[in-house]
Design a protein around this ligand. Structure first.
Ligand SMILES: Cc1cc2nc3c(=O)[nH]c(=O)nc-3n(C[C@H](O)[C@H](O)[C@H](O)COP(=O)(O)OP(=O)(O)OC[C@H]3O[C@@H](n4cnc5c(N)ncnc54)[C@H](O)[C@@H]3O)c2cc1C
Ligand code: FES
Length: 263
């Protein structure tokens, strides 16, 4: 969808000091895992995953980092923003006993996914991990769903101490899951891929982030080695059969100029 839609921000929720959810009153019709290209009509446009999507509204949950997101954090309800999309592949809604593992500000798309999985009748365990209490988001929203919810921070200041991967390891040893979904920092996802090598029968899907410009498969900036998959079109959600082939995964990514940057 190339059409750009400009509309006022309906509501802004402060998740913590550096993360906010921006809500828009518009039927988006996106699937879990998809993203929009959001613009402030001045600074540019950037990709953001859908964290909530109902018939009359949708939300994106944004971490304040650089020029664009700092400009977004100046916005108030009623200010105009503009988006195109939704774009990309989505999480499959599959599995009866499902494990979802999130890390930091990449966790919110798993909230939208959780709601859709619950509607499909799945039993869910959600692990929400972050470096610090500050970075742990959507706790109340997850707690209000009918699922098993575990939160964890590196220092253990809220929930348990350790990483989401540590908890996932224990859960995988103690339970039988038939599907795993992961969204988090790439090094965390690489650790999850390594862990999941011990479960060759278990299917999984990860949500990838790469530098995106066009978001419609033209510029090639978001391709990932060695398959040349365009993550804005064939991704950002990839399944196990593709993930195991990625030599770039957890090693490097490309910046705006297409130059490799190692993790
Ligand atoms: C499919 C996808 C979904 C995403 N979902 C979210 C989300 O839900 N919430 C969220 O906070 N962030 C999300 N991001 C990352 C978000 O796009 C960047 O944080 C944002 O673009 C930062 O812009 P900036 O100018 O504030 O920061 P900068 O200082 O320009 O960059 C900060 C970081 O963001 C990355 N980044 C910058 N521009 C882009 C771009 N055009 N495409 C991808 N990464 C970029 C940089 O590589 C750098 O690591 C997503 C990225 C992708 C590809
Ligand atoms: S961002 Fe241009 S091909 Fe993906």
């Amino acid at each position: 969808m190339l059409k750009r839609i400009t509309l006022p921000v309906a509501e802004i929720v402060n998740e913590n000091e550096t993360i906010r959810t921006f809500y828009f009153e518009k039927k988006l019709g996106a699937l879990p895992g998809q993203f929009i290209m959001l613009s402030d009509l001045v600074t540019g446009e950037k990709p953001f995953s859908i964290s909530e999507c109902e018939s009359g509204y949708f939300g994106v949950t944004i971490k304040k980092l650089g020029t664009f997101t700092q400009a977004l954090f100046e916005k108030k309800p009623g200010d105009l923003l503009s988006y195109r999309g939704a774009y990309g592949s989505s999480f499959s809604i599959s599995g009866r006993n499902v494990l979802l593992v999130g890390g930091g500000y990449a966790t919110p798309p798993l909230y939208y996914l959780s709601k859709e999985l619950l509607k499909a009748g799945a039993e869910l365990t959600v692990v929400n991990g972050a470096r610090s209490k500050k970075e742990l988001v959507f706790c109340e929203r997850f707690s209000n769903l009918s699922l098993s919810y575990q939160r964890i921070t590196d220092a253990g200041c809220l929930g348990r101490a350790g990483s989401s991967v540590d908890i996932a390891q224990v859960l995988l040893e103690e339970n039988h899951y038939d599907m795993v979904y992961v969204s988090g920092p790439e090094l965390m996802m690489r650790a999850m891929r390594n862990l999941l090598q011990n479960y060759p029968e278990l299917n999984y899907e990860f949500l990838f982030e790469r530098y995106m410009k066009c978001a419609i498969g033209i510029c090639g900036n978001c391709t990932i080695d060695p398959l040349g998959i365009r993550l804005c079109v064939e991704g950002p959600v990839l399944a196990r059969d593709k993930i195991v082939q990625l030599t770039e995964f957890g090693e490097y990514h490309r910046n705006a100029a297409g130059i490799k940057e190692y993790f």
